[in-house]
Design a protein around this ligand. Structure first.
Ligand code: NAD
Ligand code: GLY
Length: 367
């Protein structure tokens, strides 16, 4: 357990599967950060071609002596989030003779984290893994909560499992090398927490957007801490998404349709979620829940984060609906959407009139 003034710790309370989230600068390379969470002597670090040259050696320096350490360096990109890539991890584990007391380390963004977690969930029916997220999006969202998996050509994250990590180690120094487009994508998920559940946080974000985009360490750490605190609370209350956890998907039903239609990776996940949240806000207005001024406020915070405000020019109404019908939140044939009853108050809605939804999809700006 790292002890220093700059490191803050939260807990995801899930009984015997509870785990800490440590947040702060300089965590990579600290043996006290990782050692307590290793299941045994065998450690497989999974990362990708972009992150390895930046952080693999620093991470390895923090491992105690006497371990058997392997590494898998995957190609980069959302389009590589497939079962084939996960198989590469399983092949490496078997080739190295790793047993059920091994620990997988996900060193990277959400793509590496989701695939490593899924590899851990299935390898020998489940082994330990630790999340070491290096993008803002993975630090505030994907590394926490145990959703793991891969994409299918017909739908995003369609193959997967709930499998909780043993710890989440967030070294905020890694954000210094993150491209600004990726930072903006992460800000979409940060804004999401304010919109669904915490108006004070939204107000704070509106004021701090300049510092956040300027990569101010202290401001980013505060945003990460507050985001993880909300995520940890929601996950602890509804680990397998029987109810409240679905609200974390604000903007995702529209966003997943954009990602799947455009081909994984052309729009970043966070960009699609940003536009999707604006679509959800506009639909909420059409249902009489948000005012024009409130939608303008949503638009302005999404714009300030550097995210797109219009859907792809080549997407027709039916292109959206075809993917939205496959959404995991749907029950039977009924579409369930996360919408906003107010700023800071999301709801799950399964009676949106088809013509209202179709009109929103038709009218929403394209670029
Ligand atoms: P990503 O993993 O593709 O990372 C974005 C890019 O940044 C990649 O090119 C990566 O190599 C690079 N990168 C990572 N860290 C870096 C660093 N410190 N410096 C420089 N470059 C760096 O994308 P992401 O936005 O982190 O994650 C998106 C994925 O997360 C999607 O697949 C999405 O479905 C998933 N996701 C999962 C959950 C969940 O609960 N499991 C939640 C939200 C999103
Ligand atoms: N990102 C949505 C969730 O973890 O539930």
């Amino acid at each position: 357990m790292p002890q220093s003034a700059a490191i803050r710790t939260l807990s995801v309370a899930l009984d015997e599967r509870s785990y800490p989230i440590h947040i702060g600068p300089g965590l990579l390379g600290r043996p006290d950060a990782v050692t307590p969470y290793l299941a045994g002597r065998q450690v497989m670090i999974v990362t990708n071609e972009t992150i390895a040259p930046l952080y693999l050696e620093a991470f390895k320096r923090g491992l105690p002596d006497g371990l058997e350490v392997g590494e898998v360096i995957l190609p980069d990109g959302e389009h590589t989030k497939t079962l084939e890539s996960v198989s590469v991890i399983w092949d490496a584990l078997l080739a190295a003779g790793f047993n059920r007391r091994c620990t997988l380390i996900a060193l990277g963004g959400g793509v590496v984290g989701d695939m490593t977690g899924y590899a851990a969930a299935c390898y020998q029916r489940g082994v330990a893994f630790i999340q070491v997220p290096t993008t803002l999006l993975s630090q505030v969202d994907s590394s926490v909560g145990g959703k793991t998996g891969v994409n299918h050509p017909r739908g995003k994250n369609m193959i997967g499992a709930f499998w909780q990590p043993k710890a989440v180690l967030i070294d905020t120094d890694t954000l210094a090398t993150l491209p600004s487009r990726e930072l903006s994508a992460g800000l979409a998920e940060v804004i999401k927490y304010g919109l669904i559940r915490d108006l004070d946080f939204l107000v704070w974000l509106e004021a701090q957007m300049g510092a956040l985009r300027g990569v101010d360490g202290e401001t980013l750490r505060e945003a990460i801490y507050r985001s993880c605190a909300i995520k940890a609370e929601v996950v602890a209350a509804d680990e397998t998404e029987q109810g409240a956890r679905a609200l974390l998907n604000l903007g995702h039903t529209f966003g997943h349709a954009i990602e799947a239609h455009q081909g994984y990776g052309s729009w970043l996940h966070g960009e699609a979620v940003g536009t999707g949240m604006l679509m959800a806000a506009e639909l909420s207005k059409r249902l009489g829940w948000l005012s024009e001024a409130e939608v303008a406020r949503v638009e302005s915070v999404i714009a300030a984060a550097g995210l797109p405000l219009a859907a792809p020019a080549d997407m027709e109404v039916d292109d959206f609906l075809a993917v939205m019908r496959l959404d995991k939140k749907n029950i039977d044939a009924r579409l369930r959407l996360v919408l906003l009853r107010s700023l800071g108050g999301a709801c799950l809605h399964d009676t949106t009139p088809t013509d209202t939804l179709a009109a929103l999809l038709a009218d929403f700006p394209r670029r």
